[in-house]
Ligand binder design. Structure first.
Ligand code: M6R
Length: 359
């Protein structure tokens, strides 16, 4: 039931703060310690490399997961598009461990990979929103997203819940491996900050509605740019815009733009800079400037601690490892309002199904 909401997507965006609180209370203890299956952590600890597999938005959540597992647990991590992995037979390490990310747990491309993983007797974890789904049943270990049903075709709360679960898991694994950075990372407190921060962004939705009308409704194409973890969010932000507003959008590593793609910038092309990382903030700012001097209509999504006077959307501060949980929310709302203002069916975009059960 949509209740007072015109579309499920807006309802699901709004539910995100509560999902974060729920994950904190279910998967961490009051002391801040992760509350995760110890057998799972032992299995992951034995692995020399993690392989994350997913499609679409779940793949994008995996890209964030790679940063978390590598930084907090110091374990090399690869992220694979399920449909590619299934037929490409990538070279595996001696002791691989597989993590399947899937909101529905039914994505055929991911299922195909898991069938092969099981045939080779490798251990796996499925992180999904749907209990008893195929990927849930067929993996060695499971963790639920507890996000509640996601109805809108455009995935929102599943993406943030996947990142939340990955962060908890990376912390647990990092602690098991006695990594100081993991011991000092207070995920429970951070998820609380994220919940409050998400709410603050959602409360500004009218501002985002205006930005959507001004920048995106008239546009044929648009870009999101960022570096590092911000680049991964730029991919997800572009996907959201494409699938429900039909604006051709690309997410880009901001330093890569000048190596070719900047040729596409015309007068008024929207370019959004995502800036949450101290080390790269100024670099992305100058890349944004490069597009502006070629006519782009630019604006910024910036973490508060890095904000400057003419920044557009300022998001609250959280630990730099989990900024995607906040920086994606304005992008979700931009996609929503662009679609809405164009009079499109936000929840049921053309050519798409909620769950892709064919390869
Ligand atoms: O159910 P899954 O997470 O496995 O689905 C994967 C993709 O099909 C899904 O994320 C898709 O990209 C969404 N429509 C994106 O919003």
């Amino acid at each position: 039931d949509k209740g007072p909401y015109p579309y499920y997507m807006l309802k699901e965006i709004d539910e995100q703060p509560n999902v974060m609180r729920k994950l904190a209370s279910l998967y961490t203890e009051e002391s801040g310690k992760p509350n995760v299956d110890s057998q799972l952590i032992n299995a992951m600890k034995e692995a020399d490399r993690l392989y994350i597999v997913g499609a679409g938005t779940s793949y994008h959540a995996g890209l964030v997961g790679k940063k978390l597992f590598e930084k907090l647990a110091h374990v090399p991590t690869e992220v694979h598009i399920a449909s590619e992995f299934a037929y490409d037979n990538p070279l595996l390490s001696k002791k691989p461990f597989f993590i399947f990310l899937s909101q529905s747990g039914e994505t055929a491309d991911s299922r195909e990979v898991l069938v092969n993983v099981n045939a080779n007797n490798y251990e796996s974890l499925t992180i999904t929103n749907v209990e008893n789904s195929t990927l849930f049943r067929e993996a060695t270990y499971t963790m639920l997203l507890h996000a509640g049903p996601e109805i809108s075709v455009a995935s929102t709360k599943a993406y943030t819940a996947q990142i939340g679960v990955e962060a908890i898991l990376a912390k647990a694994l990092g602690e098991a491996k006695e990594q100081t950075i993991a011991e000092e990372f207070d995920i429970r407190q951070q998820l609380g900050l994220v919940a409050t921060g998400m709410q603050a962004i959602i409360d500004e939705k009218d501002v985002i509605d205006d930005l959507a009308k001004k920048y995106f409704v008239p546009a044929n194409r648009a870009f999101y740019i960022g570096r590092g973890i911000d680049q991964t969010v730029s991919l997800e932000s572009a996907l959201k815009l494409k699938e429900i507003s039909y604006v051709q959008a690309e997410g880009f590593a901001s330093g890569e733009l000048k190596h070719g793609t900047i040729a596409l910038i015309e007068e008024g092309t929207p370019v959004v800079g995502i800036i949450t990382q101290k080390r790269t903030a100024n670099l992305t700012r100058s890349n944004l400037q490069e597009t502006e001097s070629r006519g782009a209509a630019t604006f910024t999504i910036v973490r508060k601690g890095l904000a400057e006077e003419d920044d557009t959307l300022i998001i609250p501060d959280v630990n730099e490892l989990i900024t995607p949980l906040l920086s994606v929310v304005p992008a979700q709302l931009i996609a929503y309002y662009t679609s809405l203002n164009k009079g499109l069916d936000v929840d049921r975009p053309r050519n798409l199904a909620k769950s892709v059960t064919v390869e």
